[in-house]
Structure formats: C-alpha cells, structure tokens
Design a protein. Structure first.
Lengths: 337, 369
C-alpha cells in the first residue's frame, strides 16, 4: 500500500467522491488557484495544493472559485446543500469564522431541527487550523472547540492521512453539516493510505498506542507530540495509552471512559486555548463519569489563554510539546494523595 | 560446540518488534528441536517461538515484559560446560542487525502483488521457491491469516497466499459469491500465475474452496490440507457470521473476533483495526454480505463436500482446533474413519495461528511425504 501525504489523501477523497456523485461540488477562494496569474487556472490548486487538478477533470461548474467573501461562500454552500447538492466549501483559515458564523451557526446547523427533520444539509466545510508558521494571531488559531459547542454541526480533526481520507469521504456522504479541520503544518505527513474509497465512522476514536498507566487524549497535531512523549516515558517505565478522538462532535466518550477506568489517570492535550475548550470538555466528561476510577487529578496541556504570538520564540512556547506532555504525565503518574 | 543466539523473530509483513511475554523454559534447561521456548506478543497476536535445534538455554537475556526489535538477542544457547565469561563476551559482542532499509520500490515489490482474472484483480503474497503451495484464507480474513504459516513453509516451497474476491486487497466484485464463483476466481488466478500443480491448504471457507479446486481437477492437487474447513457439515456459528458482516466499530468487531480463538486475549487491537480497515473499503461489506448469504444463509452451510472429498484420490488431511466455536470439531470426527484427522488441543477456529508451530509441522510433513 502506498504512503501518501495528508494533502494527497484529501485530494484523492475529493476526486473519488466527485467521480462517484455528480452532486459533489467544491467552492472557495482560489480552489482552482492561479486565475489571473501567468500560470492560469489550476496553477496553484488552492493555497496548499489540495484541489490541484480538480478543475481540469470536473470543470468550473463543479470547481468554483469564489470572490473573497466568506459570508457569501458559506451562505451559497448552505443553500446549495439544502437544495440538493453536496458542496465542499472552503473556509481557508478557520480564524475567519467570525465573518460567516451566521451562515454556519445560525443557519446550516439549524435547518434539520427547525424544519422538523425534513431538511438535509449535506455540507462540508474544509478549514485550516493550527499555529507554528508564524502566521500571527489572526491566522493560527484552532477554534474547533467553538464549532463543537454548536448542536447540529459535526466536527472532524484528523491527525494522519489514513484518517483524513476516510473521514473526508464520510463527511461528504453525511447528510449533516460537517466542519473538517486541517492542521496547516501536517499536509506533508505521510502514512499508508489505500487507493480505494473508504469511510471511517464519526464518533469512533482511534487508539494510537496501548498502555495501562496513563491515558493521554490528544487532538490533531498533538497526537504526534503525545506519541513522542510516550516513547520516552515508556523507557522510564510509564506506559501511556494514547487516544485520538478523530471527531470532536460526535465524541467517542466510551473509548475515553473505558481507558480511564483502566488507567485511573488522564492527561488531555489540546493546541487550542484552555477556556471552554475540548480539553475542558473531556476533563469534565471524565470527572463526571469516571470519578471513582481516578487516582490523580486530571491534567490539561494546552495553549495559554492568549492570542497566538507572531514571534517564533514565543509561538514555540505557546504550542504544547512533548516535554510539557511528559511532565504532566509524570506528575499524574507520581501523584500521591 | 558453538554458542548461538535466539533472536526476536519476524512474523508477518508489518512486525517490527515483539514483547517477551513468558519464558516456557527456565535458564539452564535443555530443549529439543520443536520444543516451545517462549511466548512473544506482536501487535497482532501472541505466538510461541519454538526451538529449531536441540540445545541448552545457557542465558536468558531478555526478561519477561521487555519489548525488543526484530533480531534483538533474547537468549544464548551454549553447551552446559561453557564458561560464564564466554557467554558474557557473546552477549557483549552481539550486534542487532540493522533492519534492511530497502528503497520504497523494492519494498513494494517484496510485498503483496495482484493478478488479473479477466478484468478483476486478486491480491496475493508470494514467498520462497520450490513446489507451489497455495494458501486460501477463510471468510472475512486476508493473507495475514497465514502470517505464521507462510514464513515456515517458504523454506523449500513457493508459497502463495491468495486473497479471495471480496477480501483483503482483492476485487470487491464477488459475482454470485458462492463456491463456484470463488473456485473460478482461484482457478483464474492459478492460470495467471502459471501454476499447474500445487499443494492446497485452506482454512474454513478457504478450505472448501481449496477442496473444490482439487475436486474439479484432481491431478492438479498434490495434497489437500483442510483446516477447520467449511463444507464438511451443516452447522456454523451464525452469531459470528452476522456479527462480522455488521461490525463497523472496534467494540463490535472485537466481540466477534474473540469467538475465533480459544484465548480471547489473543485478539489484539491491531488485529481488530486491520479487519475494520478491510471492511471500510467501498463495496467490502456488500461483498461479505453476498458471500455470507450464498454460503451460510440462516446459520446453515449450503456447501456439502463430504462425499466429494471422500472420493478424492489426492491425499487429504483434516486439522481442527478442539475448542472451535465457529465450525464444530465434530465435523472432523465424522470423517475420522476415512481420512487422517488431527485435533489440535488448546485451539479454537484458528489453529494455524493459535498453535502455529504444531500446524506448520503437520503441513510441512504432509507436503514433503
């Protein structure tokens, strides 16, 4: 089986679903990429090259470059989904959610409920998250917690290429609005990915590593830092179990609770800010449902409650890393009442 | 007399390291060829490492519970009279061979390949050279079913683990999905691979397909080994078949896979994940449904090969795990008056994985005879 990057995996998912279902269209700023440049349409294929080649195969009817107006993109996509298409709309940076949140939060997310279950909104919003490129405070956030807090939205946060392809195909075939978050530093990460189309069900966490001492729940890029920490900790005799929820809505509560029931210790790693976040949500879930199993306080390893710094030195401090995760794990592992 | 090493074996394509679960022989004990030395846990399943010669376990180097890469030193074998200093020196000088860093193209070539069968493709893994041995897995399985069998048989044989339509990396177009459809596909693959005569080894549903290949052209089959085979009696565990087809989540898949083995602890997370990865491919679940409906509607087997297998002039052996919860062991005992039947103790429906050493020996001996 071939190794593929997340970029290739996402491209393959889009192309295969567009071939399978003529209702699937993509739209967003520069999704063909290159219009008006010497290279012409498709010269770039989106800001990160994910959609390159799609306009050549599917034409501009189905690969729609939009004006720079997120509210119009999301409004048009929500309407198209409600009236029979299956749009994959791009919100280039998730940081821009503010200008189109009405269309997502108060429209698309509410259709099914407000029309008595008769309306379907098979909409996918692909969006970039994450710090680490010195893209400053307005282009580096990870607001999947905000999306997760909205009933009616499903939220996907993949950490590798295999999951990214299966979850994107699942998202396109799903009849509800799905926010699909792509970490901007992970597009070149490779893993084995089947050539065929396949789906991964939402709400099924992946167990990245087995262990009996401490449960680490980590999201997106943090899964890789957690794995790095767990390798080191194993040499110290601490066996970590790493859970990657893959989707934050629905959240696979059972896998997390089953694991903590066994280990009695939980560290949650989340690149987002800590208040009202996934880390807070998962900590509350465990405190409420697995209190008796806990042998130590729950620890959260997150960004601080500040905007993302532009300065590379500060940004590096801002993002959780393997050392901070290891310290938190040692802390809960060595905890004595 | 020389000092030799027992090292971490490589079982299956994906194994990179293993965990020493338990030593079955204490330090200082002598052992004979084929005796069980230790249990090793891989990410897929736990297996027993057997001695490949007589010797004395002079020094256990890897304590229970340690995880080590392939090729790492587990123990030192040396005559009882060897001075401790010589063993110390052997341990100190031992160098774990670097895993071969093959360039991707070669690594791909050494992995599974596909064979065209009239517009559809079947995936197979070939190992070794010599007399061809065809390995056919059971319902819902793939070539990894033979991860312990194939390396053992590949010493001296050209082994081919072929994936049936609807399974593993093979086509999801199963046609009618019944015995004839699967046997046709296997025959087409054999033609594509240029194999005219071979030893046949089949497990469960793959056993019935192997038998059908032998029945169609008896001169083609040198021997036939049937492991917990379908087609030899009416009963089959409907809970397993239906549960396997339905399972799309880890918990459900794990529950049904545990039915396959005597010791449910053998079912690892990776084994469950691999099954789910196969099942998630577009068309895989429908293919399994078609096959299940053709072979096992309402928990009864439609294929009955007892008389035809009985009439074969090809040498046939039947192997079954005593604690099989998928197809009852009584199907084997019913044949025992007419065919050689070997009941494997402490094994469920996967004796070739649960008791790999014993079953490998049975197949090797039968193929060589």
């Amino acid at each position: 089986m071939a190794q593929k990057t997340i970029r290739q995996a996402l491209h393959e998912a889009l192309a295969q679903e567009m071939r399978r279902d003529p209702r699937v269209v993509i739209m967003g700023e520069d999704v063909s990429g290159g219009a008006g440049t010497p290279g012409g349409r498709d010269a770039a294929g989106g800001v990160l090259g994910v959609t390159k080649g799609l306009i050549a195969e599917f034409g501009e009817e189905r690969v729609i470059d939009t004006p720079i107006t997120e509210s119009a993109i999301m409004g048009a996509a929500a309407g198209a989904a409600a009236t029979g298409l299956r749009p994959v709309a791009e919100l280039m940076f998730s940081d821009f959610l503010g200008v189109c949140f009405d269309q997502i939060y108060n429209q698309a997310a509410k259709f099914r409920y407000m029309f008595g279950g008769k309306a379907r909104t098979p909409l996918v919003i692909r969006t970039m998250i994450g710090a680490g490129r010195s893209a400053a405070a307005q282009h580096s956030q990870s607001p999947y917690g905000i999306f997760t807090s909205v009933p009616g939205l499903k939220v996907v946060v993949p950490s590798n290429a295999y999951d990214a392809k299966g979850l994107l195909i699942q998202a396109i075939r799903d009849d509800d609005p799905v926010i699909f978050c792509e970490h901007k530093l992970m597009y070149d990460l490779k893993t084995k990915v089947p050539d065929e189309a396949y789906t991964i069900p939402f709400g099924e966490a992946s167990i990245v590593r087995d262990g009996d001492d401490v449960t680490i729940v980590a999201l997106a890029r943090m899964v890789h830092y957690a794995s790095e920490a767990a390798e080191k900790l194993a040499r110290e005799g601490i066996d970590c179990e790493i859970i990657d929820p893959r989707t934050t809505s629905p959240l696979d509560q059972d896998t997390i609770l089953d694991s903590v029931a066994r280990t009695g210790r939980l560290v949650v790693v989340d690149e987002a800010t800590p208040r009202c976040s996934m880390a807070a949500d998962i900590a509350a879930l465990v405190a409420e449902n697995a209190f008796a199993a806990l042998k130590a306080p729950i620890r959260r390893v997150t960004a601080p409650h500040t905007p993302v710094p532009f300065a590379p030195v500060l940004e590096k401090l801002y993002i959780p890393n393997a050392d901070r995760i290891s310290a938190a794990v040692r802390d809960v592992h060595g905890y004595a009442r | 007399m020389s000092i030799t090493a027992i090292t971490m074996p490589k079982w299956g394509l994906t194994m990179t390291e293993g965990k020493v679960v338990q030593w079955l022989k204490p330090q200082g004990a002598s052992f004979t060829n084929g005796e069980e030395l230790l249990e090793i846990e891989t990410t897929k399943i736990t297996n027993v490492l057997e001695a490949d010669a007589n010797g004395t376990l002079a020094r256990i180097v890897a304590p229970e519970g340690t995880t080590l890469p392939i090729g790492a030193l587990l123990a030192v074998v040396a005559p009882e009279t060897t001075p401790a200093a010589e063993i110390d020196a052997f341990v100190a000088d031992f160098v774990v061979p670097e895993p071969a860093e093959e360039p991707p193209a070669e690594a791909e070539a050494a992995g599974p390949r596909t064979v065209d069968i009239g517009g559809r493709t079947l995936r197979y893994l070939e190992r070794g050279s010599g007399v061809p041995v065809l390995l056919l897995h059971g319902f819902g399985a793939d070539l990894n079913s033979w991860m312990f069998t194939q390396p053992a048989l590949a010493e001296g044989c050209r082994t081919i683990a072929l994936e049936l339509p609807g399974h593993g990396g093979s086509t999801k177009d199963v046609g009618a999905g019944n015995l004839n459809a699967l046997a046709d596909a296997v025959e087409a693959a054999l033609a594509g691979l240029g194999i005219e005569q071979m030893h046949l080894v089949g497990h469960s549903m793959g056993g019935a397909v192997a038998a059908a290949v032998a029945i169609r052209k008896p001169e083609r089959a040198a021997t036939l080994t049937l492991i917990a085979s379908a087609g030899l009696g009416p009963e089959i565990n409907a809970t397993f078949i239906e549960g396997f087809v339905r399972a799309s989540r880890r918990k459900d898949a794990e529950a049904v896979l545990r039915l396959l083995v005597r010791d449910p602890g053998l079912v690892s997370r990776t084994m469950v994940e691999d099954v789910l990865r196969n099942k998630r491919i577009d068309g895989a679940t429908q293919a399994l449904e078609t096959v299940a409906h053709a072979w096992f509607p309402g928990g009864q087997q439609t294929v009955d090969l007892v008389a035809a297998v009985d009439a074969l002039t090809t040498p046939v052996q039947v192997i079954w795990g005593r604690d099989d919860r998928i197809i009852p062991m009584t199907h084997a005992s019913a044949l025992a008056t007419r065919l050689p039947v070997i009941i494997v103790e402490q094994a469920g429906h996967l004796p070739h994985m649960e008791k790999a050493g014993a079953v490998n020996d049975l197949i090797r001996r039968f193929v060589k005879a």
